[in-house]
Write a protein that binds this ligand. Structure first.
Ligand code: ATP
Length: 447
């Protein structure tokens, strides 16, 4: 086996995602809706597994982080208080000739200075500020009184529930609130597949602390979150930090680091870790007139907590996992495409194949598959040559495949084949669950 490449082009990835049922263009039969994507049978499994992995990591493994699921639509004053109505804008420029739109802050300096379109060389308009929040109306009358926004971040649902959670959740500062959910931004440039879309999912954990401890907790979460991506099976050489300069800082942030991944189109943000100070709680106190301060019983001190935010993109992590996993190898003169993702994330954990359909092998394979369903997600396939069946599962990222042959009928053993190394072992049927669980736990990517 010779590795051809562990780098993927976006075209290849988009094509594999469609071919195997990970991700489809939204409303495809109508010609598609730009920048909106649907998660197919394998895609939804992958996305759910990433979400579960994050949730376990951020709630179950901590005694001071609790969960929340707030509504997408919130009182419109929330977005005035948060600063989004005023500040959540991007500078938009249009090309007068080809009508393409760009974010002025993403244009190269030369194009900006010369007002020349990077696409056709035409003249660009002056930048105008454009708010990224989607607006809609609650109720039948579309007047100003019924205006609501689709949330552009999940964080505000956490801040406005801060008091509810700490009063009912028996949590004391420092503590965190975790949430996963959809967010919406009317992005000017949406390209690179699911990297930047107008509808996406975030996984956010807001950690409430005493203001004097902000440096300590910022460092803590910055390191924890970097380690998390390694646990997720992402190659470390593809991960790095990027500190926001003064010109990049969001209106609420005192200090911000991004965790970046090297996508096929370059190093880009995957998650942001921000010290949001007491900005959000203070603003909500001001706009709602409610007291959101915290009383430390022990020290008899009342204060407004600072917030360290860890804000990751769920759909962007799907792209990260897929890009990182994609590998091309040459095996016996043929190309093999394999997704080397962590077995915990793989949509199908075990593929089960009878060598042939006849002589009772299909029935035996079905029976083995049924016995594994309780513990693993399985996929039964009896169609085509065995090599072809392995290749299909390699492309789906299935870490283990079982082949049931004539020997299985005699001695109750089956062939267990590992995705990454293609190594094959004979394992007694009764030991399969243990062997697979062990291999999942001990998984380490070689290349
Ligand atoms: P950018 O500057 O690239 O627009 P941002 O810095 O505004 O992004 P944050 O507000 O920090 O992004 O959002 C936190 C995370 O949410 C990002 O790291 C990213 O993973 C995800 N995210 C933000 N916008 C989008 C989007 N349009 N599509 C997909 N994921 C997104």
């Amino acid at each position: 086996m010779v590795q051809i490449s562990s780098e993927v082009s976006m075209d290849k990835l988009v094509s594999l995602c469609k071919r195997r049922g990970f991700i489809f263009q939204s409303s495809e039969i109508y010609g598609g809706l730009s920048s909106a994507w649907d998660y197919g049978p394998l895609g939804v499994e992958l996305k759910n597994r990433i979400q579960r992995f994050w949730w376990r990591e951020m709630t179950q493994l901590h005694d001071n982080i609790v969960g929340l699921d707030a509504a997408i639509m919130m009182h419109p004053r929330v977005w005035e208080a948060s600063g989004h109505v005023e500040n959540f804008t991007d500078p938009l420029v249009d090309c007068k000739q080809c009508k393409q739109r760009f974010r002025a802050d993403q244009l190269e300096e030369k194009a900006l200075a010369e007002h020349k379109c990077p696409h056709c060389g035409g003249e660009l308009t002056e930048p105008r500020m454009f708010n990224l929040m989607f607006k809609t109306h609650l109720g039948p009358v579309a007047d100003n009184g019924s205006l609501v926004y689709l949330r552009p971040e999940t964080a505000q649902g956490i801040y406005v529930n801060f008091k509810n959670v700490h009063q009912t959740g028996r949590v004391k500062i420092p503590f965190g609130i975790a949430q996963v959910g959809k967010a919406f931004r009317n992005e000017i440039t949406t390209k690179n597949f699911i990297f930047r879309t107008c509808e996406f999912e975030q996984m956010e954990m807001q950690f409430f602390i005493h203001p004097s401890e902000d440096k300590k907790w910022f460092e803590h979460w910055k390191e924890e979150r970097f380690e998390y991506y390694k646990k997720l099976g992402i190659r470390e050489k593809k991960l790095r930090f990027h500190q926001h300069g003064a010109d990049e800082l969001a209106h609420y942030a005192k200090i911000a680091f991004d965790i970046e991944y090297e996508f096929p189109f370059g190093w880009k943000e995957l998650e942001g870790i921000h010290n949001r100070t007491d900005y959000d709680l203070k603003r909500h106190m001001e706009y709602s007139g409610k007291d959101l301060s915290y009383l430390d019983d022990g020290k008899k001190e009342r204060f407004i907590p600072y917030v360290i935010e860890t804000s990751a993109g769920l759909t962007r992590t799907v792209l990260t996992v897929l890009s990182d996993a994609y590998t091309e190898e040459e095996v016996g003169g043929e190309k093999r495409v394999v997704l080397k993702m962590h077995p915990l994330l793989a949509p199908v954990t075990v593929g089960v194949f009878p060598l042939v359909k006849k002589d009772g092998l299909a029935e035996l394979a079905r029976d083995i598959e049924a016995s594994l369903r309780e513990d693993f997600s399985t996929f039964y396939d009896q169609g085509g040559a065995i090599g072809r069946r392995y290749r299909r599962q390699d492309e789906a990222g299935t870490p283990f495949c079982l082949t049931i042959d004539y020997q299985s009928k005699e001695d109750g053993t089956v062939t267990l084949r590992y995705r990454d190394s293609m190594e094959q072992l004979r394992v007694p049927r009764d030991n399969l669950t243990g062997a697979i669980n062990k291999a999942v736990k001990e998984y380490k990517r070689e290349s």
